[in-house]
Design a protein around this ligand. Structure first.
Ligand code: SAH
Length: 220
């Protein structure tokens, strides 16, 4: 696969336009917009698909999976209220783009992918583009990462029908989890807060479409 690891004025210009589109759609966090402006999304695309890298659209990345729409990445990231040094667990590494956005904002990122092929690709690729600090794991996100828990934040980037109990347990009191919730075609973006005494409260933030979070890992 031919990927251009060059980030020239043309790419930067395309990215600036994307940032303006996302801002016009309602993203207000300066830190989130700065991260979208900083991470070269075209690094995640074959060079023949460069034109698509800065559209505000999802795109296929193989194994039947997609790199999320930039607006969706920005929206989930804004809800996560990322602070420097946060330990964040992402479920559904996919292309690795969302993980880079979190790392760019100063978070310590742990990410899990159930597809072996995607996992391998991302694990090798991230150090080459300057995001070698992201810890990439192959496994079933429903199990979380007990060895590295608890986390300040958990971000699920695949559709779930309920709040996964094990993940809720791996969240720090005072922490929050962002997840697209719904068993049908459309999910409601949901924020779950874990209070200091371990109770949970939820907020809902509009409709989105995600690929489903599937049980178990895949050898594919
Ligand atoms: N965050 C990604 C996009 C995610 S698409 C990006 O920035 O590109 C959703 C991803 O979740 C897919 O790669 C899919 O394989 C993965 N996934 C689905 N179920 C999973 C599970 N149980 N554990 C880990 N990953 C899972």
């Amino acid at each position: 696969m031919a990927i251009t690891l060059e980030d020239n004025y043309r790419h930067k210009g395309m990215r600036r336009k994307l940032v303006e589109i996302i801002r016009s759609k309602g993203i207000t966090s300066k830190e989130v917009l700065a991260a979208i402006d900083a991470v070269p999304r075209h690094f995640f695309f074959e060079s023949t698909f460069l034109e698509f890298a800065y559209d505000d659209k999802p795109f296929p990345i193989g194994a039947g999976q997609t790199i999320s729409q930039p607006f969706t990445v920005a929206f989930q990231t804004q809800l996560l209220k990322v602070e420097k040094g946060d330990r964040i667990l992402e479920i559904g590494t996919g292309s690795g783009y969302q993980a880079c956005i979190l790392a760019q904002m100063g978070a310590r990122v742990f990410t899990i992918e159930r597809h072996k092929s995607l996992f391998k690709k991302v694990k090798e690729f991230l150090p080459k583009i300057g995001y070698g600090s992201i810890k990439v794991f192959y496994g079933d996100g429903f199990a979380g990462l007990p060895t590295f828990a608890p986390f300040d934040k958990i971000l699920i980037t695949a559709a779930v029908s309920h709040v996964p109990k094990i993940l809720a347990e791996q969240l720090k009191p005072g922490g929050l989890m962002v997840l697209p919730m719904g068993a049908d075609d459309v999910q409601i973006m949901t924020v779950v807060h874990k209070t200091a005494d371990g109770e949970f409260t939820t907020e809902k933030h509009g409709a989105f479409r995600f690929v489903p979070m599937l049980p178990d890992k895949s050898e594919e």
